[in-house]
Design a protein around this ligand. Structure first.
Ligand code: SF4
Length: 350
């Protein structure tokens, strides 16, 4: 079977085995809701399907359509997003919803080119929405598709160098018929059959086209450049409780940059070098004695590991910094990044 004929067996396999996901149209039913597709694609950037399944229904309940999302304050979107990580996605999702309402009369743009103009929509996301929601013959390439292409064509150039070549190869397979289902079929195949490590070639619908399977190299592909080690950044967080009711002092982070627009516990910057010369007192919310806890909080971000020393104090005075007191029972509903929730949890448990 030549490689170009993978579409037919893949589509037949998809019709029989597709994953049922709340943002997908079922085989033989109406088309997918473009808003659901857009929302799911924002969430799926750097997050697994299993995790997104826990968040997607809550978003749909709170923001049932793009108008509701655009009309909501960013703060509400960030609160619901808390725990999903990569918060720039939530800010861009909100901006994209506003752009859809302001420039597209509340209808999700229906071509890859128009979708690319929305905030936070890169090449992959635009192609995925265009294909899945509007059946455009766009070539959708995520890490699953890269893996399938590397094996199908036995490409041993390491990633990320091979990305361009794998995208070009993927484009040669994109069919004109049912391109949306084909894109999802290929992604499903990569996540369930052509898995990383040892693939399940015995149940693969395109095994007769696969060069790596024939050559016995599948489990070694795709090759990857060795990872550089994650550096460690150190910092100190100052958790200030209001003495008479245990409310906690939180401040907003700057609107742009890492965890932008969310709330945080006041603290020092997080730095890779020794922080002994940083004069942590200069970063306290107010000049009163803070007591350090024994054990720091650790949190893994995509590009570094944070080790945060936590110090606590109690007062009934109002700190001079920008910020506000928040009752502890409201913490679960606040737009607080996971690392800040960990810091608060450690401080409350002491
Ligand atoms: S035959 Fe094996 S390696 Fe090739 S595409 Fe199928 S699962 Fe992947």
């Amino acid at each position: 079977m030549p490689p170009s004929s993978i579409a037919a067996p893949l589509l037949a396999w998809y019709d029989a085995h597709q994953r049922v996901l709340p943002w997908r149209a079922r085989h033989g039913t109406a088309k997918a809701n473009p808003y659901y597709v857009l929302l799911s694609e924002f969430m799926l950037q750097q997050t697994t399907v299993a995790t997104v399944l826990g968040y997607f229904p809550r978003f749909i309940e709170r923001f049932p359509d793009v108008n509701a999302l655009a009309a909501s304050p960013l703060e509400d979107v960030l609160s619901l997003w808390a725990g999903l990580g990569y918060y720039a996605r939530a800010r861009n999702l909100h901006k994209a919803a506003v752009a859809v309402v302001e420039h597209h009369h509340g209808r999700i743009p229906n071509t890859e080119a128009l979708l690319r103009q929305l905030p936070g929509v890169g090449a992959y996301t635009a192609a995925a929405i265009a294909a899945i929601a509007f059946d455009e013959a766009a070539t959708v390439v995520d890490s699953n598709v890269e893996r399938v292409m590397a094996r199908l064509h036995n490409i041993d150039t390491p990633l990320p160098t091979a990305k361009k070549q794998l995208t070009q190869l993927a484009a040669t397979h994109t069919p004109q018929r049912r391109p949306g289902c084909y894109a999802q079929a290929l992604m499903d195949l990569g996540s369930r059959v052509c898995v990383s490590g040892v693939p399940r070639c015995g149940v693969c619908p395109i095994i007769t086209s696969c060069a790596a399977q024939a050559l016995g190299t599948a489990a070694t592909l795709p090759r990857k450049k060795p990872k550089t080690l994650r550096p460690t950044r150190h910092g100190t967080a100052f958790v200030l409780f209001r003495a008479h009711d245990d409310a906690v002092w939180l401040r907003p982070r700057p609107a742009s940059g890492m965890l932008g627009g969310m709330l945080e516990v006041p603290g020092t910057p997080w730095l890779e070098h020794d922080t002994a010369d940083m004069a942590p007192a200069a970063y306290m919310p107010m000049a009163i004695p803070f007591t350090p806890l024994n054990k720091p909080v650790e949190h893994i971000f995509s590009h570094f590991r944070a080790v945060i020393t936590v110090s606590t104090a109690r007062t009934d005075e109002i700190p001079p910094d920008a910020g506000a007191w928040y009752a502890l029972d409201t913490v679960p509903t606040l737009a607080l990044p996971t690392v800040m929730k960990k810091i608060l949890k450690r401080s409350i448990a002491l």
